[in-house]
Every structure is written in C-alpha cells, then in structure tokens.
Design a protein around this ligand. Structure first.
Ligand code: PRX
Length: 630
C-alpha cells in the first residue's frame, strides 16, 4: 500500500485527453513560443500586446531598460477597464454574466458585462464629483461583494490609484496604509459575514481614521438591513451612484501610469506599497488567464482568493475580466456551515476552472472525503494552486478527490511583485506533484548561488529572474531604495526571496522563503512586523519570531519574548501579547506560540539570528554560528 502511494507521489501525470482539445496553447506550442519570447522579447510581446489588448494609441517602443528601471509599451495609451468592459460589450457580450456572487446564506446576485459597465461608470463619475482625479490614491477596505469590484474598476476608469487593504487587517494596520498612501477617500462596507457572524468593517475604518485629519471622505456600501445616519464626511455608496450618468469616458492612461498600490510584507517592520502600472499588468494577467487557466468562452471561473491580496487583484478582477470570463465570487468561510460548502458551490454553478491555496486543500483533506464525494464535480477541468509550496500528498488528494483523476493541476508560482504567474504547470504539459513547473513566456528563471552563478540541476539555491517582465513591479510607493533592492541583492537579477531547485527537465520546485518572511495559510507576514507589534506591549523588552512547519497552515508563528525587568511571565501575559498583535496587525499575524526567554541569539552587531532560533526549536543542525555574539 505504502509503495503504491509512493509511486503515485513520484509519478509524472500527463494531461487528460478530454481537456487537450479545449486548450489555447496546444502541445508543442509552449517550447516554440517560450524560445521566441526569450530570444526576441520585443517582437514577441509587441505582437501579443497588439493582438490581445485595445490601444487608444499604439505604443512606440516595446521595452526600455535602464537597470534597475524598465518601461514596457512606451508611448502607448490605454485603459485597463476598456479592455475589461467596453470591448466585450462592443463584441456582443453586453448580456453575458461577468460575476456571480454568493454568500453563507446562499443569497445570489449576478451582474452582466453591460450592468457592470454602467455601475462602474456611475461610481467613477461619483468619485469625480467628490474631487477624485487621475493620480490620487483611494483606499478600499471591503468584503467580497460586487460593490468592491465596482470600486476597484471605477478607480482604474478615472486613473485614480487604488490601494485595496484586506478586510482582515486591524484598524492600526489599515491606518498605516491609508496614511502611507495619503488617501483622501476610503471606501468600505458596513459589514461582512463569516461563520455566521457579522464583522463590522465600517467600525474598523472609523477607528483607523480616528486621528487622521478630517478631510478624509468615507464611502460606505450599506447592506441589507442597515440604516446608517451619515456623518458630514460620509457618503452612501449606492446613492452616490444613483445620481450619476451611466457613461464615463475612460481616462486614457500612459502604459506606465500607476494602476494600483498593494501593501505586502517584507523583511522590515514597515509594509511596502508595491506599485503596478497599467499596460504590462493588464497584458500579463490577461495572457496567463488565457494560457494557464485556459478560460474558454462558456467557462465558469472561480478563484477563491480575497480581492485584498494580489491573487484577487489579478485573478478575481483584472485577468479574467480582460478575457471576458464569467467569474464566481464567494463571501464567507470555506467550511461554513459545513465542510461541503465549496464543493456544493462547484456542483451548483458548474465551475470549470478552480483556483485555491494549499492551506485550503490541506484543511479539506483533514475534513475527509465524505464531504467531497457527495457532489458532482464533473464540470471541473483545471485546478490551480498558489501562495505556498504544495506538498505532494496534498497535490495528490486534490488530483484524486477534487479533480477525480481527470483534471490538470496548475501549480502557479508568483508574488505581489510579479503581478501575474511567473512559473507554472502548463495545461498541455506533464504535471509533477510538488513542482510548480516551467517559466512562463518572457521569464528567464534560474536557481543560483549568492554570486549569481547558475547551480546544477536538483541543487537548492536562490530563485532569480534575469530580466524585467511585462508586469514586474515598477516601484515601492515612496521608497525607491526598497525597489532597487529587488534588482541588486544577487547580481543585476530580480531576487524573489525564495529558495528553489530545478530538475533536469527544467521544472522548478519552490522550497519556501530564503528571507525573514513567513507564509501562514498562504498569507505573507514579515517576522519584523510581528516582532514590532509584540514589542509595542508595555511589558516586552525584545522579541524574535520564527515560522514552524504546520500541518495545515504551511507555517505557524512562534515568538520568543524577553520581558522587561521585574515583569513576571504568565499565561495571562501571553494572552495580552497575542491581543496586542491582533490590535496592531490583525488576527492573521497572531502567534500560535509564545515562549518567554532570558536571551535571544544575536550577532555581534546585535542582529537577532532567527535562523539559529529556528534550528534549535526544530532540533536541526544549527549551522554556521561564527558571527554569534556569545
Ligand atoms: O514564497 C512564495 C510563495 O508566496 C510568496 C509570495 O507571496 P505574495 O506576494 O503574498 O503572493 C502570493 C500569491 C501570488 C512567494 O515568494 N508562493 C507563491 N506561489 C507559490 C509560492 N510558493 C510555492 N509555490 C507556489 N506556487
């Protein structure tokens, strides 16, 4: 039996014949096109950009690179919402459903491309009426609801830079992001429902803006049963739309104009605002939705990510919309009211392409197959995974129990900074459990040592990308030095921060982060951020945070804490510290374990050696400690 499982885990899986006919990229196409994209990137991307997107005025030059800055489609004018809405309507898709929404109470809403276009235009005009203009930043803190998509697209329509903040962040974390982006408008909703309980997002926003100057305007999408009395600086989302025209000419944006900021964690205590620009981002999310998810005209596409993360930006909003797909969005928890919820939804809506995280898959594995077996999952063709390495056992469970041995699994590696998929299994090529796969077009990915020298196959090293790709981040908001670091840590390459190994077929396996960034349930959390939240507790002198392997979440957070003089350690204090982290960052960053210690391992220059703490915790060899203080 064990042997049989081992064989399955090490097997190479050919794509099932039933999906081959439906593929945009046929067997053999990848090798040819990849070669072209690397050898002649300008011709390759110039052609794709012209064929796949609408340009108000065509670009003059495909690419310009003055290390570390780069530009794509220079001189072109476009608007991503034109590609996501107008052109589909012009092509006869006015009545095609763009989004299907459902929630824990099984309520349902649908919006067609025509209706979405009108709503976006109305809300865009509403934003203009409040004085929002091209280049202004707008913070969006909303649940998964159609209004959130309208808000995001309306910003893009008028050239305002959106900064979507995940609804699970604390008021303090939201405040830092509103202030850093200098947003004068915040869009929210009254509440969201998770596990049957209401979470009042509006109150989180109220707390976040409490001591920010009062010229901030708050737009609130009220929900069923709400009757708010608005304050002077508050505006009703739906009323704002009602009074506006359903037509709003798009702001014709330069290819390189900023589209959005998305804050993500790095190795310092401060989150960084990753900045993406319009055209390259549009193209990468569009073309990967086509070639990796292979969304066909009549397909129903469901990406389970929240719009507050990059996966939601790229594959709930822009990519599939640019392709003209029908997209499912679901509010609430995956396993509430019972662990059959997601599979019931797949069955009900006949989902064809499904994209989720290894954490979710592992959670469902734990609940057992009885929850999946009840449902008809035969509509599924392509299953995706993202956010963290997928262990072969989880891969196999996904393949057998969700895919029922007749779907392709695409393991997609990418980051907030990359904008779209970079390395992935291609649906027409063999799948290897636990290995993400091959680099996408234009991506020259290598595994190297610290000097940037390419390592032999099957050797673990740093994952780099040699040259800028179309949707590479263009800057870090207000912090160009942080942007430059990406392109200077290892040679002149882009260093992603991940460890990887490449096999003899060129398939890349991602092994996790090489830096002090954790991946907890696929969410990126900086150890330094958690440490500074812990240290903000009045009794704490110092803290160090590490990630520990976790059966479901991938990693769990453990904190080592030194208390101030004369403070007694206690279980109550542990609870207080956890509460402090929840207050500063949000529940996703709360440590699972806290240990009070007398000292922390440090280098002579005073830097905490988390690597040593982690090795000690896991009972692993401690490695080189020549720089250790004591
Ligand atoms: O460590 C890698 C992991 O997620 C990190 C990027 O996190 P974030 O910017 O939040 O974006 C996540 C969603 C795109 C990467 O540095 N990661 C992402 N995808 C994979 C992955 N690790 C292994 N396999 C993947 N498919």
């Amino acid at each position: 039996m064990e042997n049989e499982i081992l064989l399955k885990l090490n097997k190479v899986y050919e794509p099932p014949t039933n999906i081959l006919d439906t593929l945009f990229l046929k067997k053999g196409d990848y090798e040819k096109l990849y070669k072209e994209s690397i050898e002649n990137p300008e011709a390759f991307w110039g052609n794709i950009a012209e064929n796949e997107l609408f340009w108000f005025s065509k670009f003059e030059k495909v690419m310009e690179w003055n290390h570390p800055k780069y530009q794509w489609f220079v001189g072109g004018k476009m608007n991503i919402t034109y590609n996501c809405l107008d052109r589909h309507i012009k092509n006869g898709k006015r009545n095609k459903v763009a989004y299907i929404y459902t929630n824990e109470d099984n309520q349902e809403a649908k919006i067609t491309y025509g209706e979405l276009f009108e709503s976006v235009c109305r809300f865009a005009n509403g934003l203009k009426s409040l004085g929002v203009k091209k280049g202004d930043t707008v913070t969006i803190n909303m649940p998964m609801m159609i209004e959130q998509i309208i808000a995001v697209l309306a910003c893009a329509r008028i050239g305002a830079i959106h900064s979507v903040v995940f609804g699970g962040f604390s008021p303090q974390a939201l405040k830092i992001r509103i202030q850093d982006a200098n947003s004068k408008v915040v869009i929210t909703s009254s509440w969201t429902k998770r596990r049957g309980k209401k979470i009042f997002l509006k109150s989180i926003v109220d707390e976040a803006v409490e001591d920010i100057p009062k010229d901030i305007k708050i737009i609130v999408a009220q929900r069923e049963g709400d009757f708010y009395e608005y304050l002077e600086n508050e505006i009703d989302f739906h009323k704002l739309m009602e009074s506006q025209s359903p037509v709003c000419e798009p702001e014709w944006m330069d290819s390189e104009d900023p589209l959005f900021i998305l804050y993500t964690s790095g190795t310092t205590g401060k989150p960084k605002g990753v900045l993406h620009s319009c055209a390259g981002y549009n193209l990468q999310t569009h073309i990967t939705s086509k070639y990796i998810f292979n969304i066909n005209e009549d397909d129903i596409f469901w990406c389970t990510a929240d719009i507050g993360w990059i996966t939601g930006h790229s594959y709930v909003v822009y990519g599939p919309l640019s392709l003209g797909a029908t997209i499912l969005i679901v509010e609430g928890a995956p396993d509430y009211p019972d662990p059959g919820r997601w599979w019931k939804i797949v069955d009900k809506y006949r989902v064809n392409v499904f994209y989720t995280s290894p954490t979710a898959i592992r959670m469902f594995m734990k609940h057992g197959v009885s929850w999946t077996q009840k449902f008809d999952l035969s509509s599924l063709k392509i299953l995706g995974t993202v956010g963290e390495p997928i262990n072969p056992e989880a891969w196999l469970w996904y393949y057998e129990n969700i895919g029922r041995n007749r779907c392709v699994i695409v393991d997609t590696w990418w980051q907030t900074e990359t904008g779209g998929h970079m390395i992935s299994t291609l649906p027409s090529l063999p799948q290897k459990p636990g290995k993400a796969g091959l680099p996408f077009f234009g991506v020259k990915a290598e595994v190297v040592n610290k000097k940037g020298e390419i390592l032999p196959p099957n050797t673990v090293g740093f994952l780099i990308i040699e040259k800028p790709w179309v949707s590479a981040l263009r800057n870090c908001w207000g912090d160009e030095e942080r942007f430059k670091q990406y392109w200077s840590e290892i040679g002149n390459f882009y260093f992603a921060g991940d460890l990887a190994a490449k096999d003899e077929d060129g398939y890349i396996m991602i092994l996790g982060r090489a830096d002090d960034v954790l991946s907890v349930s696929g969410h990126r959390i900086g150890t330094a951020e958690v440490e500074s939240a812990i240290v903000s507790h009045k009794s704490v002198a110092e803290a160090a945070v590490i990630g520990k392997p976790h059966e479901i979440k991938g990693e769990s957070i453990k904190a080592f804490v030194i208390l101030k003089k004369d403070i007694e350690p206690s279980e109550d204090l542990k609870r207080e510290i956890k509460f402090q982290v929840r207050k500063e960052l949000g529940s996703l960053a709360v440590p699972d374990e806290i240990e009070f210690v007398e000292t922390l391992y440090k280098t002579r220059s005073g830097k905490i050696m988390r690597r040593v703490l982690k090795a000690r915790e896991l009972g692993q060899p401690i490695g080189d400690i020549s720089t250790l203080e004591d």
